[in-house]
Design a protein around this ligand. Structure first.
Ligand code: UD1
Length: 430
């Protein structure tokens, strides 16, 4: 088991290159299941969730190659299995994204139900119901979703999602690309990652219009071809580094970002007192004083992203004044509050709203990461706390942040990774 040790109180100053978006790379790599030809994907981040996805594709029998420029080629020409096993799905809920493509191309798929999740129940009922509308027969047996189509192919349908769902929209967009007839997705997710997947599918020959709006129309084709695709930059990694600069009253320049994808986040950072300038693919932030508290309320894109909620909650913990942070997307996505309180934060939780009164200084403590974005929030807390913060269970952070300690050290942070005494490696040495 590894931990991060941070000595806080240093202003962060420097430049950081932002990697490819995890949440775009996952569906794009999985879309290779829709064709028997090569899909080449560039700008894929080095993350645990990507390794899990490649392992999953490998279990189906797909061939995977990585070249010297880290371009990943996936070929799903001949598959030997259509089953996504529990041991992989439980570590990454986005595995549900294989359901639509497998069903559309092969007429059958088996995907384990994801099980419990630290940030709420996160059901997949909307994915299942929509695929049933397209003609799939779906049963849950032994913890697995078992899906098949009687006529071999799914058919087009008009699908109205009750709730905006990102992976639900992506799953259905992939399934509809190979279905017979036209599918209309209403109340579709508008996230940049959905547009990125649509662009990849279009390059493979899919007929999709409307991605980025809440109505997406997909005219199914009988087969898709190979393609090359470059994944968009990670707006959540970028947002996390901007908050790191803001809370440490530092200055940071981020390269390889799409500033338009960061609008909701940069607007709130300006409200907090940050000076922000943008180029076509870069963002600079300077914070000259203690941040002002800013209230936020999460919503589907283009609203404020739930994946930045924990980081802004932390910003409010050390800000001047008081603010509210309301979570509308996931129940129980406030696990980081208890850990921040142990570091001296003044937070009161009322239902899905956290009321935060800023304090001048947090103190270091030994804390535990509970999910991916909660871990990022604890790292930020460690950067501003006096004394030392030790964050345990940091495997969560490796799911979504590539080299976070190297990138922060480059900007002057005192942060290092250690293996604790329970680590198997340490035992082997003893
Ligand atoms: C994706 C992102 C995740 C982000 C989230 C919201 C990926 C891999 N993950 O997750 O980082 O936090 O969007 O922006 O892209 N819901 C249902 N039934 C369903 C599906 C969803 O009730 O079948 C509910 C969820 O419980 C949640 C809401 O819909 O309350 C939105 O969830 P969704 O957009 O599906 O999240 P993910 O796609 O899992």
């Amino acid at each position: 088991m590894e931990s991060l040790i941070i000595r806080g109180g240093r202003e962060l100053r420097g430049e950081v290159r932002i990697g490819g978006a995890k949440n775009a790379a996952l569906p794009v790599l999985i879309s290779a299941l829709l064709t028997d030809q090569d899909l080449l994907v560039a700008n894929v981040p080095h993350l645990r969730d990507i390794t899990t996805t490649l392992e999953l594709l490998g279990r189906f029998g797909a061939r995977i190659e990585v070249d010297e420029k880290s371009v990943i080629t996936v070929n799903a020409g001949t598959l030997t299995s259509r089953r996504a096993p529990y041991e992989l799905v439980k570590t990454m809920r986005a595995s549900i994204l294989v359901l639509g493509p497998l069903l559309a191309r092969f007429g059958e798929a088996e995907v384990s139900l994801p099980g419990g999740c630290a940030i709420g129940s996160r059901p997949v009922d909307l994915h299942v119901r929509a695929l049933e509308q397209m003609g799939a027969t779906i049963a849950v047996e032994g913890g697995y979703i078992k899906a098949s189509t009687s006529g071999g192919r799914l058919h087009g349908a008009k699908i109205v999602f009750d709730t905006v769902t990102v992976t639900g929209t992506e799953n259905l967009m992939m399934a509809a690309s190979l279905a017979q007839g036209t599918t209309v997705l209403e109340n579709a997710a508008r996230e940049p990652e959905v547009i990125d997947l649509a662009n990849c599918l279009i390059a493979m020959g899919a007929r999709i219009v409307g991605a980025g709006s809440d109505v997406i129309e997909i005219e199914g084709v009988s087969s898709l071809s190979g393609a090359s695709h470059r994944v968009i930059p990670d707006r959540i990694e970028a947002g996390t580094f901007l908050v790191a600069a803001a809370v440490t009253q530092g200055e940071m320049h981020l390269h390889d970002v799409n500033p338009a994808h960061l609008d909701a986040v940069t607007a709130r950072l300006r409200d907090a007192g940050a000076e922000i300038s943008m180029t076509e693919s870069g963002v600079s932030l300077t914070m000259r004083q203690r941040p002002r508290a800013v209230s936020i309320s999460t919503a589907p894109y283009p609203g404020f992203p739930t994946d930045m909620q924990a980081q802004f909650l932390l910003l409010n913990c050390v800000a001047e004044g008081a603010a509210s942070v309301t979570e509308h997307i996931f129940e129980n996505r406030f696990m980081h509050i208890h850990e921040l309180q142990r570091m001296g934060a003044d937070i009161n939780l009322h239902g899905n709203t956290a009321l935060v009164q800023g304090v001048k200084q947090l103190g270091g403590a030994q804390v535990m990461a509970t999910d991916l974005r909660a871990s990022a929030c604890l790292v930020l807390a460690g950067l501003v706390a006096r004394e030392q913060t030790v964050i345990d269970r940091i495997y969560h952070i490796d799911r979504g942040y590539d080299c976070i300690e190297e990138k922060l050290s480059q900007c002057g942070a005192d942060i290092r990774r250690v293996s604790d005494s329970r680590s198997p490696r340490v035992h082997a040495v003893q």
